[in-house]
Design a protein around this ligand. Sequence first.
Ligand code: ATP
Length: 504
Amino acid sequence: MRLELRDITKRFGTLVANNRISLTVEPGEIHALLGENGAGKSTLMNVLYGLYRADEGEILLNDQVQHFTGPGDAIAAGIGMVHQHFMLIPVFTVAENVMLGNEATGFAGSLDLDAARKRVEEISQQFGFHVNPDSVIETLPVGVQQRVEIIKALSRDAEVLVFDEPTAVLTPQETDELMGTMRQLKEAGKAIVFITHKLREVRAVADKITVIRLGKVVGEASPTASNQELAAMMVGRPVELTVRKGPPKLGEEGLVVQDLRVIDALGHVHVDDLSFSIKRGEVLAVAGVQGNGQTELTEALLGLQTHVTGSIKLDGHELVGRSVRKILDAGVGFIPEDRQEDGLVGNMSIAENLMLNRSFGEPFVKNGNLQLGKLDEFAQQKLKEYDVRAPGISTHADNLSGGNQQKVVVARELSRDLRLLVAAQPTRGVDVGSIEFIHKQIIATRDSGVPVIVVSTELDEVVALADRIMVLYRGRIVGIVPPDTPRDVLGLMMTGERPEGAVA
Ligand SMILES: Nc1ncnc2c1ncn2[C@@H]1O[C@H](COP(=O)(O)OP(=O)(O)OP(=O)(O)O)[C@@H](O)[C@H]1O
């Protein structure tokens, strides 16, 4: 099916999120949509999916104008969305999820579990997905859960498939598999829209690239364009894609972790006897496939885990057993993995969000009174410095694009007086221009003499920022190695193998 978006305009108040955007995707084509944070990509896809009504413009499928009043209409017309945050019910099986997904539109025999099971098997076989219809979603790795999302869309006969930053939560191997799946779907004649910030992926699979900036199409690029060219087109200026950093000026040991163990309420061990230290002025980057204890480690550092034994000393002071409030007050900056859950309060303004995590609102609260002028001035400055694209400082965090939300969290944490920075996936969903900026800020924090721990599933990021790399596997340290360790060795370590010479 051929998709055409014609002169789509969508406004939020005075903000023009989409300004006469036109785009055509042919069957059997992967069309990448590139754009910096807040460029308007998700808004455009929400219009296509019937979640937003365009103020102007038309959606055409095989040259027929469509009038969607909600996602149900879009799905019935053959549009499928593969969301970044999966819309699956974790305790249900694959077939049950597929059956529920079809409840609204109904393929023959909807609410018929056997039919759903058969459909999963058919699709799974056609595309070599290896998905068992009776597996319970929460027991499946993230990459397989995503395949279930794709199966769900295909079971509703989707001919146009939209992938909105689909690799953000995937491991490098899962990402490669997804690229393969996208090529197969293309061979099967599907029209595919692919939204991502990762230039390597665009160049690997896209047939066509459209770049949007500030709500407008700024041009088309060829998949043979270099990363540099694509990056410059996205953000409208040359971008440094490599992190520049001098050798670390190491001070005393700032963070010393000894025999750290974190278990959950069910007794599962997530962090198993970890011992390591980070000097002042040093970045220790933690590499590993998601789910190998990284989340629990960062949460333990912040006092967010309950069953913790061992010791975490910051400048000689014990943090284990202290409250989150006390740990923040001790100067621990935290960029959490899930910004929506742990980083921001959605229905609070940017300015209010920038004030969080400070002891008694310092320095914006004096004698119990909020100094609004001071806060506003600070917020304006951060908005500008971090290039947060928003109508203003009173915009609610919920109404920011994903990348801009991340910038607000980073701006807040790095502007506090820090003695340790814990950064988990600091640039997830952030565009190349802002990655450059955030990386510079993290290095500046290190160079100011703060110990930094960065957790990232992006090997490129780990290698770029690290003074040392610590690889975790099943909650244990596989090794601590220098940043020039070859990628394939790091990849192997991420599966639990220890190369010769690695410090355990
Ligand atoms: N519901 C909303 N209300 C008000 N403004 C919104 C709303 N949704 C999006 N915006 C604004 O519209 C603009 C486009 O946002 P959109 O989410 O489409 O960007 P994006 O290109 O998908 O960015 P990212 O790469 O960061 O996800 C942004 O300035 C955003 O703040």
